[in-house]
Design a protein. Structure first.
Ligand code: XMP
Length: 565
């Protein structure tokens, strides 16, 4: 990490540390490019005298695949550190980064189309092992004398693949294996330098290797779970071909990060905002272990949190971590700010401002604070587009929640910026955080306010909070909480007619939303069992005063969004 003082992100809110909130942080390219560069240069990671476990790395060149991040996560599951870089990173730069291996991702283009993304062909001569996946394989084969064609026998979905030659990439596999294909193009012909390793009925080169160079290609996707042998294949590539020694262990990461944090912070004080979510909790847990009493946590209780959320964070950070915890009781302030507002963006704006005010007022009371800790994760870093070697920023829905005052002047500490969400969760467990916090579904910064369509009032918040708690309790009781990605209740600004006992009622409608998603950019509604939906509905109608109807949201994203506002 650079030693220069880091300017705080200038606009947009950046204290609430849920991953989704961080989308807001990067809204509009807020991180000045030069700062980002100094901060993000992977080479600067290695500045410390100590060899970092991240120094043994594999690079994924991103050709626009929806699976690039998944490939990187799979590599890390094999305990090898992995970074995603732009597809056209120069071969000299790759040499500088000294990766143990290179993976060329898939992508939506056709290699023979004008303007199709290409890699620097010199990378094939670096002597670094290369694995091309789908488009990446086609690119490698084409660059080294083969021909790629559109095939009438497109393959999408499961396919049976026959291993035709013994080799180190497919070691441990023989006969037929099930693989996941998704391609319209395929390698029609390879140069004499290549050897076919596997084939399907319609794809003669489902896996190939170069005879002399350590270059391999897979037409199928080893990174998806529909290729059951995918982990074996990636493991073979990493261990046998790249000779990685599997240094990337979260326990070591924690130890190393704690040491680095101690060295960087010295005698100074760090402020860390707690949001109730896992990322901020893990940052605080790491810092608590690194610098103990020099850490001050701030929890702004805006009255828009889920049931029991503030209480569990307070319990954890006072009783377990014994942190210097400042709880700002700001329920009334937020209610006042939201009075009469129905427009979702206006709600966000006002919540953002109120939050910044509360946070900075409290921060100003903490003497000697020099650093501000944030739970920025690797996907946020990639998607900000601010990395020197990283892929370009992806277009992403942002949720801007207001602006930071310019006079807040802390140096940023972002100890999770190398990690994926699943790694953060595992790290949280290792650091002793309870499962309840570690596995909590993500929650938007503006909280229940954007799940309460229409005006936010104290009474409506009570209704929504109770209904939401029932949704979560029942999904947990059915053992489906970890299978679903986000499940919650929404209070609609609609009354409907009902009958309770002999009386006619005219009461609120609650919508239940549960989605399954890998990355929250796309999502499917969860196909929950009918009995579970029935239990949720019965309990909400019986237990939550003022609600007489429950509906289930069966919309996917796109075209709907996950939240209703
Ligand atoms: P949507 O509703 O856009 O949500 O499909 C995608 C993810 O972002 C979260 N989300 C927000 N997070 N501030 C946040 O910090 C917001 O204003 C906001 N709106 C949505 C949402 O919960 C989901 O995880």
């Amino acid at each position: 990490m650079g030693e220069a003082k880091q300017p705080i992100l200038r606009t947009s809110h950046c204290f609430v540390i849920e991953p989704a909130c961080l989308q807001a942080v990067f809204d509009g390219g807020i991180l000045a490019a030069s700062d980002a560069r100094a901060y993000n240069d992977p080479l600067s990671h290695g500045k410390a005298a100590m060899k970092r476990i991240a120094d043994e790395r594999v690079l994924v060149l991103d050709f626009g695949s929806q699976y690039a991040q998944l490939i990187a996560r799979r590599v890390r599951e094999q305990q090898v550190y992995c970074e995603i870089v732009r597809h056209d990173v120069r071969a000299e730069r790759i040499r500088e980064l000294a990766p143990m291996g290179i993976i060329l991702s898939g992508g939506p283009s056709s290699v023979y189309e004008p303007g199709a993304p290409k890699c620097d062909p010199d990378l094939f001569r670096l002597g670094v092992p290369v694995l091309g996946i789908c488009y990446g394989m086609q690119l490698a084969c084409e660059a080294l004398g083969g021909r790629v064609e559109n095939t009438p026998a497109r393959e999408y979905g499961r396919a049976q693949c026959r291993v035709v030659a013994e080799n180190e990439l497919l070691a441990g596999l023989s006969g037929q294996i099930q693989v996941w294909m998704s391609h319209g193009d395929q390698v029609a012909q390879v140069s004499d330098d290549f050897l076919p390793l596997a084939a399907t009925r319609t794809c003669p080169f489902a896996a190939v290797r170069h005879r002399e160079l350590p270059i391999y290609g897979l037409q199928f996707h080893p990174e998806v779970t529909h290729t059951p042998a995918g982990a074996t294949i990636l493991g073979n590539f990493l261990a046998t071909v790249c000779r990685c020694s599997r240094l990337w262990k979260l326990g070591d990461f924690a130890r190393q990060t704690i040491e680095e944090l101690r060295a960087r912070v010295g005698e100074d004080r760090v402020i860390c905002g707690l949001s109730g979510g896992v990322d901020s909790a893990v940052v605080a847990a790491l810092l608590s272990q690194a610098i103990g009493p020099q850490l001050s946590c701030i929890l702004v209780d805006n009255g828009l949190l889920r049931k029991g959320e503030a209480a569990s964070v307070i319990e954890e950070f006072t009783n377990h971590f014994r942190a210097d915890l400042h709880v700002v009781q700001a329920q009334e302030k937020f209610l006042a700010a939201l009075a009469g507002v129905v427009d979702p963006q206006e709600k966000r704006r006002r919540i953002g401002h109120a939050f910044i005010e509360c946070f900075s007022d409290e921060a100003a009371r903490i003497e000697g604070a020099r650093f501000l800790a944030q739970g920025t994760l690797y996907p946020d870093v990639i998607e900000s587009g601010g990395l020197v070697d990283g892929p370009a920023a992806t277009i992403k829905l942002h949720h801007n929640v207001g602006g930071l005052p310019d006079d807040l002047d802390f140096e940023l500490i972002e100890p999770l910026r190398d990690l994926f969400k699943d790694e953060v969760r595992r790290l949280g467990l290792q650091l002793g955080l309870p499962e309840e916090i570690v596995w909590r579904h993500p929650f938007p910064g503006p909280g229940l306010a954007v799940r309460l369509v229409g005006e936010v009032t104290k009474e409506r918040l009570v209704t929504l909070r109770e209904a939401d708690a029932i949704v979560v309790e029942e999904i947990k009781a059915a053992g489906l909480y970890r299978k679903t990605s986000q499940a919650f209740a929404v209070l609609l600004p609609v009354q409907s007619v009902g009958v309770m006992g002999d009386a006619r009622t005219y009461q609120d409608v609650v919508a239940v939303r549960s989605i399954d998603s890998e990355d929250f950019m796309t999502a499917d509604w969860s196909h929950l069992p009918h009995e579970l939906l029935a239990a949720i509905s019965t309990r909400i109608i019986n237990e939550v005063a003022g609600v007489n109807r429950v509906v289930y949201d069966v919309s996917s994203k796109p075209p709907a969004t996950i939240e209703w506002e």
